[in-house]
Design a protein around this ligand. Structure first.
Ligand SMILES: [Zn+2]
Length: 240
């Protein structure tokens, strides 16, 4: 028995070193993230995501350019979300710099709010430039017609810790609305370590998914996977 406990303790401390455990509720929930580990301290910082996009300021934001190829390689269920990992070669140009699409993933309900309105689902397209800076493009999903691209992705949904690989690569562009008008603000990762300095572009227009498609994701996760909205503090939210 003694040995068993020792081994367990060892395993626990190793996994804690690798990646401290966090959740969306309870003692390891969002209000405690900053205290779970020193590297999560930013979760209590001043420029956190998500936010309620309100009091937005009209400005001359330039349209951004997206060059996505069909590159969805696989989808992993990491227990916090379904994450679709993307092949190199797809990018978004922001501030005159290319940011490569690394992955996209899902939250239900949505995380950012638009004028106080919450959507049943939100997709985050995560991009990085050569300096490791991040741009997240967010699109809200509202309930409506079934989404054909989601239908392909949802065909086989991996259980926690599992990965599904795609033979036919899906293009992330098929999950974006035609109209790319957007809000912009400076924020953070919405999961630990809550790193700040992330460029956030939130599309004003939504895409649709059927009630069943949204429900399939909610059921698979078994819990909401949205961080509550964070104070805007000194930030401005711009709109084009
Ligand atoms: Zn996200």
């Amino acid at each position: 028995m003694k040995t068993f406990i020792a081994v367990c303790g060892l395993a626990l401390s190793f996994s804690a070193l690798a990646s401290p455990h966090w959740e969306y509720s309870g003692e390891a929930g969002p209000e405690h993230w900053a205290e779970l580990a020193p590297e999560f301290a930013a979760c209590h910082a001043q420029n956190q995501s998500p936010v309620n996009l309100t009091g937005t300021v009209k400005s001359d934001l330039k349209p951004f350019h997206i060059t996505y190829a069909a590159g969805a390689e696989n989808m992993v269920n990491n227990g916090h979300t379904l994450q679709v990992n993307y092949a190199p070669g797809s990018k978004i140009d922001v501030d005159g710099m290319p940011f490569e699409l690394k992955q996209f993933h899902f939250h239900t309900p949505g995380e950012n709010q638009i004028e106080g309105k919450s959507f049943p689902m939100e997709i985050h397209f995560v991009h990085a430039n050569s300096k490791g800076e991040l741009t997240v493009l967010a699109v809200m999903v509202k309930e409506g017609k079934a989404n054909p691209t989601l239908a392909k992705l949802w065909k086989e949904m991996p259980k926690t810790g599992e990965t599904v690989t795609y033979d036919q690569k899906i293009n992330a562009k098929d999950l974006l609305p035609a109209n790319l008008h957007y809000y912009r603000f400076s924020g953070s990762l919405t999961t630990p370590p809550c790193t700040e300095g992330v460029r956030w572009l939130v599309l004003k227009n939504q895409i649709t998914a059927s009630h069943e498609q949204i429900q399939a994701f909610t059921t698979l996760m078994g819990h909401p996977n949205n961080r509550p909205v964070q104070p805007i503090n000194a930030r401005e939210v711009l709109k084009d």
